[in-house]
Design a protein around this ligand. Structure first.
Ligand SMILES: O=C(O)[C@H](O)COP(=O)(O)O
Length: 231
């Protein structure tokens, strides 16, 4: 049996400003820092001891991991960062206010972009200043792997190879794992772990800074799930 803890980063500056964020590297807000520290206190109270941490290459997730591990006195554990755990790329919506987008495109369309499984958002032009192809942290990727916009399906398709190659072997080895990532990369992983249908995943929301702990058996089946905030 192994423990798997998923934690969405604490509130970011752009969560607070209600802006589409995606791959933009926005920092935590003050509330977000407090949420991450509180998550670490909940982890400490639960007594879970981690062997390995994973996070994205975006500071709101990395800092959440560090605040949570610091508050539970586990800052020393090995950690691995991967772009595969990044938030879904929100394409040309990145930086735009969600309410203003709903006024412009209609609330239904914006809801479909945000929560449908397989509808892509408007894509970012390849020569856009904000294109990830210009960002040094993605320089060692095949440029064709760098998205101009993702839906949950394409997000899942780049999260799961990382799960299979890196995370699953640790769990199979009985190691306890914490993953600090993002609303939609964690929705993708949740869909996969809990075998949630394409339709039902539309209603799954993951709160900021609330650790979710799964018990995982030797065949990688989920046998229990708790939210530490509700304990
Ligand atoms: O990237 C973002 O804007 C948020 O982290 C998640 O946004 P969502 O709730 O619209 O999926």
């Amino acid at each position: 049996m192994a423990k798997l803890c998923l934690i969405r980063h604490g509130q970011s500056e752009w969560n607070l400003a209600n802006k589409f964020t995606g791959w933009v590297d926005v920092d935590l807000s003050e509330t977000g820092v407090q949420q991450a520290q509180h998550a670490g206190e909940l982890i400490a109270q639960s007594g879970i001891q981690f062997d390995q941490a994973y996070t994205s290459v975006l500071k709101r997730a990395i800092k959440t991991l560090h605040y949570a591990l610091e508050a539970s006195d586990q800052l020393w554990i090995p950690e691995m960062k991967s772009w595969r755990l990044n938030e879904r790329h929100y394409g040309d919506l990145q930086g735009k206010n969600k309410e203003k987008a709903a006024e412009k495109f209609g609330a239904d369309q914006v809801h479909i972009w945000r929560r449908s499984y397989d509808v892509l958002p408007p894509l970012l032009a390849a020569d856009d200043e904000g294109s990830a192809t210009k960002d040094r942290r993605y320089a060692d990727l095949d440029p064709r792997a760098i998205p101009a916009g993702e839906n949950l399906k394409t997000t899942l398709e780049r999260v799961i190879p990382f799960w299979q190659d890196q995370i699953a072997p640790k769990l199979l080895d009985g190691k306890n794992v914490i993953i600090a990532a993002h609303g939609n990369s964690l929705r993708a992983l949740t869909k996969y772990l809990e075998n949630i249908s394409d339709a039902d995943i539309m209603d799954v929301e993951i709160a900021t800074g609330d650790p979710i702990v799964y018990d995982i058996d030797k065949d990688l089946n989920v046998i229990n799930k708790v939210k530490l905030d509700e304990q």
